[in-house]
Design a binder for this molecule. Structure first.
Ligand SMILES: [Zn+2]
Length: 571
């Protein structure tokens, strides 16, 4: 049996994600996981909330909550939304888990033993009033270039000039507003990625099948300028994984935590351990996915992410793994995505522009969103959400083609033959023709899914639905019935047999509708090995029921109302 390990980039904890975030990693990874399970792979599908770092601390402060409580609550909110969108993670973990603490400290210890960690002294701004060091962008003041008073320590957003915190006139803490700031010397750990440049370069060279988008980003970071740079892996914060060297204290690093970019990808592994803990499994059960000396040699590991996450996943996380000197599983394939834009601009959390995951589920069922998003998944280039396009996708593909087919044939059969599959005669040329068409399209669908060309796969699936609709239109059992009820029965039997096939093939994209179809036909969902056999699976006399309306159309009024509602405050 093929074994497939799938991870989705971890959503950050500080707020609810919008549809652009959803389609940039979690949704396509879910479609792929469902497909792999359907064709019989053993799958481990992992995601988690990314909980550390300053933005989480500040969001908690703003909400008037303790950061640990805030993260626990937001994790539950995000987990509930993931369930609402039917994201079928085997485990949805938390990067703040004890498993991740221990594993992050373990990796740091191994890296230090291997000479891969360097201690560096740095100057950093400390706020006496806040009792903490301030990252550059949490220091504000007057811009020396344009005089704008809200300039940040890394950049002035008014004139876009790049700044150092010490450039600011009358600097203050963005957290408390305090001007009682001082520059202090503080020590940090750096991961010596530069030592692994040749090894990483050679490893990337073996990835002939990776998309150019992925390898070109990695090559740029490896070779541009002075080449791959070492990176700081610690921060002066309270909230995070305390810096330790394995189990041992790390002299001089008291009160510091690992930087979020270092511990977040390790959570892919830790979340699999969390899965084992949550399901009464042993360490061996999760290690067989991650340790090549403990069974992970035959695992195919696929990562899903937006393009902004590619450098960390092609270089930094592999450097952590390679540098540890231990046989951890490296990624086999990286599926990266461009961006989804929103109605002539960008999604904006601060301006309330675009549709967020909670709002989407309040308006319409998850299948509607899943289908449209996957038909526009930004694979080759950026794509754009518009309400017109969304309305068309739902009304045409889902309501007119798939929903209408299922409704029409089940209702007609109930009216003329009752709620069981009628007998009729052998299939003829028209039915064999549909079998041939669907067989060819299914092959294309499977090829595209194997290659993770998901947008193309939605085209194949739509064509398979259309083939059934066109068949029914041409066979017209409602007309034939008057003169030749036996021939009408044959057509009806064939069309009813298409519904379980549609349930199976649609399940990765629209799992709720798939279940509705399978339940109505009193069958389980099973991937077809042979289309002809699948379309003979329901025998005469097999009982079924007419499902409720599967997809309601979106009216023009509804569309306009939603467009206005989500336009944001600056529209
Ligand atoms: Zn300025």
């Amino acid at each position: 049996m093929s074994r497939t390990l799938i991870t989705s980039a971890l959503p950050y904890i500080n707020g609810i994600k919008h549809l652009g975030n959803l389609v940039g990693s979690q949704l396509p990874s879910d479609v792929y996981a469902r497909y792999c399970r359907a064709i019989g792979h053993e799958v481990m599908y992992i995601c988690a909330t990314d909980e550390h770092g300053t933005p989480a601390e500040l969001a908690a402060t703003k909400a008037g909550k303790d950061v640990a409580d805030f993260c626990a609550e937001m994790h539950d909110v995000q987990a509930e939304l993931a369930r609402g969108f039917r994201l079928s993670f085997d485990h949805y973990g938390r990067s703040s888990s004890q498993r991740n603490h221990a594993l992050t400290q373990h990796f740091a210890g191994r890296l230090a033993d291997a000479g891969m960690i360097e201690e560096v002294s740095e100057k950093q701004v400390y706020s006496n009033a806040d009792g903490r060091y301030l990252p550059d962008r949490y220091i504000e003041g007057e811009c020396p270039n344009c005089g704008y008073d809200g300039a940040r320590g890394d950049q002035c957003e008014n004139c876009t000039k790049q700044l150092e915190p010490t450039d600011l006139i009358n600097p203050r803490s963005a957290i408390s507003g305090s001007t009682d700031l001082e520059v202090r010397e503080t020590k940090h750990l750096y991961l010596r990625q530069s030592k692994l440049r040749d090894k990483l370069d050679a490893w990337i060279d073996t990835k002939k099948d990776w998309p150019i988008l992925t390898t070109s980003i990695a090559k740029k970071w490896l070779h541009d300028g002075d080449g791959l740079q070492d990176r700081g892996i610690t921060r002066d914060l309270d909230w995070g994984v305390p810096v330790k060297r394995g189990d041992a204290e790390w002299g001089g690093m008291e009160g510091k935590v690992f930087y979020v970019w270092f511990d977040a990808p390790i959570e892919y592994i830790a979340a699999t351990a969390e899965w084992a803990d949550a399901n009464g499994k042993t360490d061996a059960d999760w290690e067989r996915w991650w340790r090549t000396d403990k069974g992970a040699d035959d695992v195919n590991y696929v990562q899903f992410m937006g393009k902004d996450n590619v450098p960390f996943h092609t270089l930094s996380f592999p450097a952590t793994i390679m540098g540890s000197g231990e046989p951890w599983k490296l990624v086999d394939y990286i599926k990266s995505f461009n961006y989804l834009n929103y109605d002539g601009g960008q999604f904006s959390t601060s301006k309330g522009r675009g549709v967020f995951m909670n709002e989407a589920l309040d308006i319409l069922p998850s299948d509607y969103w899943r289908w449209w998003l996957m038909t526009h998944v930004p694979e080759g280039s950026d794509s754009e959400f518009t309400w017109d396009s969304f309305q068309q996708g739902v009304n045409k593909d889902l309501a007119d083609v798939l929903g209408n087919f299922v409704s029409r044939i089940t209702k007609f059969c109930r009216a003329k033959f009752g709620e069981e599959v009628p007998a009729g005669g052998e299939y003829g040329a028209a039915e064999l023709d549909v079998i041939a068409t669907i067989t060819a399209r299914l092959k294309s669908y499977e090829t595209n899914m194997a290659a993770m060309e998901m947008r193309k796969a939605t085209g194949d699936l739509r064509a398979i639905w259309v083939a059934g609709n066109e068949y029914l239109q041409a066979a017209a059992p409602w007309t034939v019935f008057k003169e030749n009820p036996d021939a009408a029965a044959t057509s009806v039997r064939f069309a009813l047999n298409l519904i379980p096939l549609y349930a199976a093939l649609s399940e990765p994209f629209i799992p709720d509708a798939a279940k509705t179809m399978a339940d109505a036909m009193n069958v389980g969902i099973e991937w077809p090995k042979d289309v002809g056999a699948a379309l003979n699976a329901l025998p005469a006399g097999h009982a079924f029921s007419v499902p409720d309306v599967m997809f309601a159309k979106i009216s023009d009024d509804q569309r306009d109302e939603m467009q206005a509602r989500f336009a944001g405050q600056n529209a």
